[in-house]
Ligand binder design. Structure first.
Ligand code: COI
Length: 405
């Protein structure tokens, strides 16, 4: 059975109640589905697209929940019962729907498969008892649109997408793991699905959101990682797509990552594509270096992903009175600083990896230890504060956290 919900008159959050608990459909209740009512308060008007969100939900007896053994499950390998999808054609998005998780069907000539026209996002929902929290979701959706624009793809409506996302997370709340360090990873994705072998921007797209209960990105947890500085491959070049969260960026990093893993490293430390001199990113993360009393991260000059965790760290560190600079840092400055003790700490930031301490660098066949190779005090303080805000155990003076009802 299908429930139809008019988006134009929806509040930000939907509430789901067992069918049996309701003797009659109260006012404001649009329909019932599979033993469930989706109840909406009609008081708030969120008029953007006027599109109907259709939900096609599994009966409760067929739904799962986050497993107890979260730490045994490799990151991003387990998915929840439902997903969101909508289609773009004839110049507009249509048919937004929350439905059971299932494979998508693509024409073999779908343009995303040939030309890589695809973008995605990474965000998380956190559980704090009965509370479900999102971290800066509007920033992720805005970045999705910036990535889409760079790849000549259509924008999504930001309010509507936030609403769809919240509905999906609310429906799947049983999948949000309660264990410390665990969360529900959210992967909004947009791909070109028009079948055509000529190279141009497609006219047809699919946007979907899938959810995965996750533990730490690195199975070792909050432990320093060893990185190999790549002197051969580069991640992104000036004028390219390094600032967009597009699929090809990750594929382009695989060869160097494989080399790094072969050398006993977790990820690659990327240098700029032009001179192979300046530090850009650490694997799939933004990178920070603490020199004496200065915290530095490379500036957003087009080759670096504008990370939301990166920005949050900048805000926190500035608020704590640290000297924070977004400036270019050469690999020579870092290597010399590890010798002199000037480089006290290094860490990577990202939604998946949160804050990951960097303990050692492998560069041109030589190892360089960062600080004493252990987790630095600033790295730990930032991790504790950021995760405290994300899980709702620390105050959030920045208004970053959004509750899903
Ligand atoms: C994220 O940090 O959320 C990313 O998208 C990186 C990905 C490798 C998991």
């Amino acid at each position: 059975m299908t429930l139809r919900l008019a988006h134009a008159s929806c509040p930000a959050v939907c509430i789901i109640r067992p069918h049996a608990a309701l003797s009659a459909a109260p006012s404001g209740l649009t329909a019932c589905h599979g033993g469930y009512y989706l109840s909406v308060s009609m008081a708030m008007t969120n008029s953007v697209t006027g599109m109907e969100l259709v939900t096609d939900l599994l009966p409760e007896s067929e739904r799962g929940h986050a497993p107890d053994n979260m730490h045994d499950i490799p990151f991003g390998t387990l998915f929840t019962d439902h997903m969101f999808s909508m289609t773009y054609s004839d110049g507009r998005w249509h048919d937004p729907c929350i439905h059971p998780y299932r494979p998508i069907s693509l024409d073999p000539a779908a343009m995303c498969l040939h030309y890589g026209q695809g973008v995605f996002e990474g965000m998380k929902a956190y559980r704090n008892g009965e509370h479900v929290l999102l971290f800066r979701p509007a920033d992720n959706i805005r970045r999705l649109n910036r990535s889409a624009e760079r790849m000549v793809m259509p924008r999504v409506d930001e309010d509507a997408t936030r609403y769809y996302l919240k509905c999906l997370v609310s429906i799947e709340r049983a999948w949000i793991p309660p264990q410390p360090g665990c969360a529900l990873y959210i992967r909004p994705t947009m791909v070109a699905v028009e079948p055509k072998l000529g190279v141009r921007a497609a006219n047809k797209y699919l946007f979907f959101i899938v959810l995965a209960p996750v533990g730490p990105y690195f199975k070792e947890g909050f432990k320093p990682v060893r990185l190999m500085v790549s002197t051969s491959d580069a991640r992104a070049a000036n004028g390219g797509v390094g600032a967009a969260k597009t699929m090809g960026n990750y594929a382009a990093g695989l060869r160097a990552t494989k080399l790094a893993e072969g050398a006993g490293c977790k990820q690659v430390l990327w240098l700029d594509a032009c001179e192979r001199k300046f530090i850009e990113e650490a694997g799939t993360m933004n990178v920070f270096i603490k020199f004496d009393d200065e915290l530095v991260t490379p500036p957003l000059t087009g080759t670096i992903l504008p990370g939301i965790t990166r920005d949050s760290v900048l805000v926190l560190a500035r608020d704590w009175g640290l000297t924070v600079n977004e400036r270019r840092v050469s690999i020579d400055e870092v290597v010399e600083g590890t010798g002199s003790g000037k480089v006290e700490e290094m860490f990577g930031t990202g939604t998946a990896a949160v804050i990951t301490p960097i303990g050692e660098l492998l560069y041109q066949g030589k190892d360089y230890r960062v600080g004493n190779g252990e987790v630095g005090s600033l790295t730990r303080r930032l991790y504790d504060e950021l995760t405290g805000i994300q899980y709702g155990t620390h105050p959030d003076p920045y208004g970053w956290v959004v509750e899903v009802e």
